[in-house]
Design a protein around this ligand. Sequence first.
Ligand SMILES: Cc1ncc(COP(=O)(O)O)c(C=O)c1O
Length: 483
Amino acid sequence: MKNLIENAFDINSFRNIAHKLVDDLSDYLIESINNNSIMKVLPYKQPDETYNFWEKDYSDSPNLKINEYFSKVIDNSIHLHMPKYLGHQVPPALPIAALSDFISSFMNNATGVYEMGSVGISLEKLIIKILAKSIGMNDFAEGVLTSGGTLGNLTALLALRQAKTNYNIWKEGSKYKTAILVSEESHYSIDRSVRIMGWGDEGIIKVPVNKKFKLDSQNLNKAFEENINSGIEIIGVVANSCSTSLGLFDPLEELADFCERKNLWLHVDAAHGGPAVFSEKYKYLVKGIEKADSVIIDFHKTLMHPSLVTAVIFKDGQQSYETFSQKASYLWDQKEEKDWYNLGKRTFECTKNTMSLKVYSIIRTYGLKIFDEIITSLFDLGKQFAEVIKDRKNYELAVEPESNIICFRFIDKLKSEDELNLINRYIRKTIIEEGKFFIVQTEVKNKTYLRTSLMNPFTTINDLIDLLNEIDLIANRFELNRN
Ligand SMILES: Cc1ncc(COP(=O)(O)O)c(C=O)c1O
């Protein structure tokens, strides 16, 4: 047994394995951005086939060929660094952010209590301060980093619940029915959070979006008035910046004014689009975000960080202590209120990954300017792609895009809506199986659309034109197969 442990810590072997791994990843990067590469974006296999592959790989006796295993992982993964990777809101990781994850795992500090993670905890405070300033909040803003947008939304909604009920719900449990108003386009994690809090169906009032698929104060007011006398107390609103499916931004300024008038907490789910605050050109899309009571922003979506790292920001920093406690004012005395360095009090996680290292590695090395470059180029490309789609007679946009999420479909005027849905589903399935591109699909008002999230700044308009040409061929094949 001891021999194996000594082996596991053999310094020369560690050095060689690590050097070889960095060489292999560098080769993968070169291959990814080589236009003539024969590597597939998605080397798709059926689930059972993939499982059998790994079952065959495993043997009971030790196998020290670790680089062989790493190569198998690289070869069989979906290749997000390839410019024709155009789907799901997960980015190709910036290399130094990935290296920061490596050092985070290796040092294995945790960020629940100060003694165990002084570096990560201090960097976390600094990152939150920088982000809050970029959002336009003042020095009273505070927050935490947590493991993903889903947990971020729950963290913020728990604080909303604590702050807006006039008794101690954390201690006494729910005494009466409470609800929030939520855009019908909101991410499912909002619905899930409400149910985790025990509010059930009645706790989430889905407000219809307007013709532009946005939550507006008119519809919000209508839903508020309809429910105000129902015996359920409405305590907050959740807005999208931007929505998951269509990538559209709700008018935050208008919604913030509504919430102020009605004394409601405004939570902005800015997991995907919040980073627009860094873009000189596109920050108008999130105008008013600084008025929200809480905001979440994912670094692992449009900011090219490896998963996961989500910021939860509270305009009034004291409220960041309310998520997992009684009213902050009861629990913390003046001295304890400044207990910012024991993050476990404010985050769901106890042993938390030192996620601040990767964010800081990026802003220390390249400055916030790199975020402007990423967002501006991805959103610009979205607009360019939309123009190309509009110019082609066999294509239709679901809506005019505002971000890097573009939904469109193949159309044929001679076909019924049902047939068009079938063709577009066939197109998406074929693209996944062939592996040259990766896109996803979504449903809008019972119509199937193809959905691209342009997450890779190496993607060019020519890659997107290639995609449309490929779709033309696939649609032709669909016809031939039917005849
Ligand atoms: C608007 C929005 N909020 C929250 C989430 C959930 O984020 P995560 O996957 O990091 O939990 C998503 C994910 O797509 C999202 O688009």
